[in-house]
Write a protein that binds this ligand. Structure first.
Ligand code: SAM
Length: 280
């Protein structure tokens, strides 16, 4: 084959994470989402049984093309931007530099933007923030740059950790000696770790100890994790959930009611919803 070898499949929300894992494991050299489709680039054909098709596309600098499509995104008091466009951030905005590992959240997805905006509305000084499903680290970084005292970004996918570390460095943060995933911030520290809401994954004891929890996952997972969200949040603390499709909203509403969250408020953007609530 000549040109570029691309495997193209629908970016179905329910199977997206598993599909991305499968594609990386099969040797993809790059992943991209475009117009609702996942595009995986390969040097040699791989044996894949996903619901996709191989195409042989004319050779081009696909990375340059992909870069061209990224522009700075305003999200409340933050502007999320790739590093090569940092000069375009207005001085009144907090620059949030993200050079994404393509699949992990660039700020261009409505849910990421909504969550950054919601974090920007909180007074984070002296607060401990937990980001569940940190991906590129964009939300944890927003919390850290927004002045939080201590931020932990957790993701079950180990592939995200180097991207999150790189993005922290890109924003000028310096790692504490001997701890490459723990950074010094103006307010205190920002750490990234592989894991989820198991007590072992949380940095201290797993006792309720966070003042803010943000999670950009999906409705079914929020339903499953709602009890764990309640368990790690201090009373009367904000919860920010997104990644929720409008038609799955009832599931998340019910989960929040079950776990006695109050002051539930919803923000819509197209088919996506962000919910904020407070622990009781
Ligand atoms: N936080 C980033 C953002 O807002 O752009 C990335 C969000 S991405 C939609 C969801 C991330 O959650 C993925 O990186 C995935 O690996 C991670 N994830 C999925 N299930 C998880 C779980 N149970 N615990 C922790 N992370 C999870």
């Amino acid at each position: 084959m000549s040109g570029m070898l691309v495997y193209v499949l629908p970016g179905t929300l329910e199977t997206r994470e598993a599909d991305l894992d499968t594609l990386w494991e099969a040797g993809a050299t790059g992943l991209e989402e475009r117009a609702g489709m996942l595009r995986a680039y390969f040097d040699t054909p791989a044996d894949l049984t996903l619901d996709g098709e191989w195409t042989d596309e004319p050779d081009q600098d696909w990375q340059a093309d992909w870069k061209k499509g990224l522009t700075p995104v305003t999200a409340g008091r933050f502007t999320i931007t790739p590093s090569w466009l940092a000069d375009e951030v207005p001085p009144s905005q907090i620059p949030l530099l993200i050079d994404p590992g393509m699949a992990f959240g660039t700020g261009h997805h409505a849910t990421t933007r909504l969550a950054v905006e919601a974090l920007g509305q909180l007074d984070l000084a002296g607060r401990r923030v937990l980001d569940v499903g940190s991906g590129s680290g964009v939300l944890a970084l927003a919390a850290a740059l927004g002045g939080a005292e201590r931020v932990l970004g957790l993701d079950i996918d180990p592939v995200t950790l180097p991207a999150a570390i790189e993005n922290a460095q890109l924003n000028g943060l310096k790692a504490f000696p001997g701890t490459p995933a723990r950074f010094e911030t103006l307010g205190g520290s920002l750490s990234f770790a592989v894991g989820s809401l198991d007590p072992d994954d949380l940095d201290d004891t797993g006792e309720p100890e966070y003042d803010v929890l943000v999670a950009n996952l999906f409705a079914e997972l929020h339903d499953l994790l709602a009890g764990a969200y309640r368990a790690v949040l201090r009373p009367d603390s904000p919860l920010i959930l997104t990644g929720i499709l409008q038609d799955r909203l009832p599931l998340v509403r019910a989960a929040l009611a079950r776990e006695s969250f109050t002051q539930v408020s919803e923000t819509l953007d197209g088919e996506w919803v962000l919910i904020t609530a407070r622990s009781s």
